[in-house]
Design a protein around this ligand. Sequence first.
Ligand code: ZN
Length: 317
Amino acid sequence: MNYIIFDLEWNQCSAAQENRIEGLPFEIVEIGAVKLNSNREVISEFSQLIKPQVYREMHYITSKLVHLHIEELESGKPFPEVMKKFLEWCGTDYIFCTWGGLDLTELQRNMRYYKMPDLADGPIKYYDIQKLFSLAYEDGQSRRALEYAIDMMNIRKNIPFHRAFSDAYYTAKIFDTIEDPNVIEKFSFDTYHLPKTRDDEVHIVFSNYDKYISRKFENKSDLLRDKGVMSTVCYKCGRRLKKKVNWYSLNGKHYYAFSGCFRHGIMKSKLRIRKAEGGGVYAVKTDKYITKEVMKEMLRKKDEILEQRRQRNSVEA
Ligand SMILES: [Zn+2]
């Protein structure tokens, strides 16, 4: 299997918000990519400018960030033509890799705008190299700029940043430094297309946690009522677990619950509710085994925040 490491540059509406085209907040103006074989050796390169059809002026943020001028883009080809060439170049047996989690979604939004066939009918598995970099060298939570990562790894900066090809090239350089199998197993899913049915839902077990991506729900209360979403099951032995502490949320977006498996200990479940493309919501749930102390500390923090709110409310009343 090959790795397709790609990067996009995009433009956005430069005038008032009203002129923004529904369904195309960011218009892709460049695609750059490198293809690596399974040994992560570069076997091919792709770089193509795209002639803008929607936003004909360069947004000032884009032109500051990207070293591109609207005049240069006039020499580009229309998006559908470039995209078709890009997919032919990708071949059939590959996995996408990007720096951060935005590019694959924007790519699919642009494809839909031009009524091209969908890339997939469900979530697309890919590598977010920005996340892998954090897991390999930092705390797993931080998200660094690409140039920061290149500096940290002492990689030679022989071409300028912030063009699609160069950023894909540098992302490949970072990917090449990551060897730890516990990091390499942590692929991501792009959720532009959600699982269509309960049977299509994503269940993945990693070495130290598991991840679940639900299908789409009309609204949050439907989602929170769904038994499949809200149940807690041990990802090590498959037992349905009894909750020690039922789901609670401090911000209405992230929910936590604690359950006990008599063989494996205390499992923390975290449920994130996200907006689905085109309306509705879906859930991303992760489970992880933790110590009793970690659970106690989380519950202490929760009680502290709830108590602060109670006091604030009673003062306001
Ligand atoms: Zn268990």
